[in-house]
Write a protein that binds this ligand. Structure first.
Ligand SMILES: [Zn+2]
Length: 329
């Protein structure tokens, strides 16, 4: 899709943008665009570009610098000016690694907790992986072995994509400058632009230690980060399932129609409800497994989730839930 300068009065384009191999642009509302990740590329997560009028806000910055540069070019091309604000919905690398492409020209915003996670756990992980990249590659070997043996085409393809993302991550790591948010907030923060105001809100952590989202009341739209996955198994590796459900309950009370998920296609509130239903069902499956002394390996994916992507997360999610149940005993 060719994105053209919308207003002849704007400054000349900084760099023409036509298309990215990492994402496709989707117009969500006037002046609101979603950058939807193309599978197997350096984006991994979705992002969004929002015109505030006298400023541009970019939500999340993808996994690789190449993807982030495309995102910046798309934003500048759309609205004819540098990006003023970047918002990290949470600390995961596919939402924060591109930060350095936008700073220092743009102010980076997150919750205090997300910044804290970036300056501690993420920083340590980066240092560890940089010091011992071979160990990281070694961990991929058994997975690659499994891929060769996997008979299920869908699962094999998705495992290949997963390993591809891991390889993108470790390959790009030496060039990453951990760029921490310069503005933080506790509960919510409103950005007032000449064209629209947007609310940055957190109700705590569900998918990660702290998840925040962007609410555009006039457009009845929210850019949800990884609180919502669409058509994919929500990643629950570090999740707090009960909190996640209560966060989604609160989000549903907002006046909302359109949801931009952290992964998957733009959808409606139905996408949010599906995530809630998934967490509830997965919890029931995990409880049953524990009761019968079984493990995640013994569980089959329910029919309605068979077409979803991130298939390998099904078992990882169950393991997480079983672990959490063990902690409660
Ligand atoms: Zn995430």
């Amino acid at each position: 899709m060719q994105l053209q300068k919308r207003d002849k009065g704007l400054k000349p384009l900084m760099k023409p943008f036509s298309e990215s191999r990492h994402f496709r642009m989707e117009r969500v509302a006037d002046g609101v665009f979603a950058a939807i990740s193309k599978p197997g590329t350096g984006s991994l997560g979705n992002a969004a570009i929002i015109d505030l009028g006298d400023a541009t806000l970019v939500v999340d910055t993808m996994l690789t610098l190449e993807a982030a540069r495309d995102l910046r070019d798309a934003a500048e091309s759309l609205f004819g000016k540098p990006v003023s604000y970047v918002f990290n919905t949470h600390w995961h690398v596919d939402h924060t690694f591109g930060n350095q492409v936008f700073a220092p020209a743009a102010q980076i915003i997150s919750t205090s907790k997300t910044r804290q996670m970036m300056s501690t756990l993420l920083k340590e992980r980066i240092a560890q992986h940089l010091a011992q990249p071979d160990e990281f590659y070694q961990e991929l070997q058994p997975i690659e072995e499994k891929i060769r043996e996997e008979k299920d085409d869908k699962l094999r393809l998705e495992m290949q994509l997963d390993v591809g993302y891991d390889r993108e991550y470790i390959k790009g790591l030496p060039d990453i400058i951990l760029t921490l948010p310069s503005i933080t907030f506790e509960h919510d923060l409103t950005l007032h632009g000449s064209r629209r105001s947007v609310q940055l809100i957190t109700y705590g952590g569900g998918h990660s230690e702290c998840d925040a989202f962007v609410y555009l009341p006039d457009e009845q739209t929210a850019v949800m980060g990884d609180l919502v996955f669409s058509g994919q198994h929500p990643v629950m590796r570090r999740a707090d399932p009960d909190q996640w459900i209560s966060i989604l309950d609160r989000v549903e009370e907002l006046d909302l129609e359109t949801i931009v998920p952290g992964h998957g296609d733009v959808g409606t509130l139905e996408a949010l409800r599906q995530v809630r239903e998934y967490i509830t069902e997965m919890t029931a499956i995990a409880e049953k497994l524990v009761r019968h002394n079984r493990t995640a390996e013994d569980a089959a994916i329910p029919e309605k989730y068979r077409d979803w992507h991130f298939t390998s997360d099904f078992k990882v999610n169950l393991q997480r839930l079983i672990e959490l149940m063990g902690e409660r005993i």
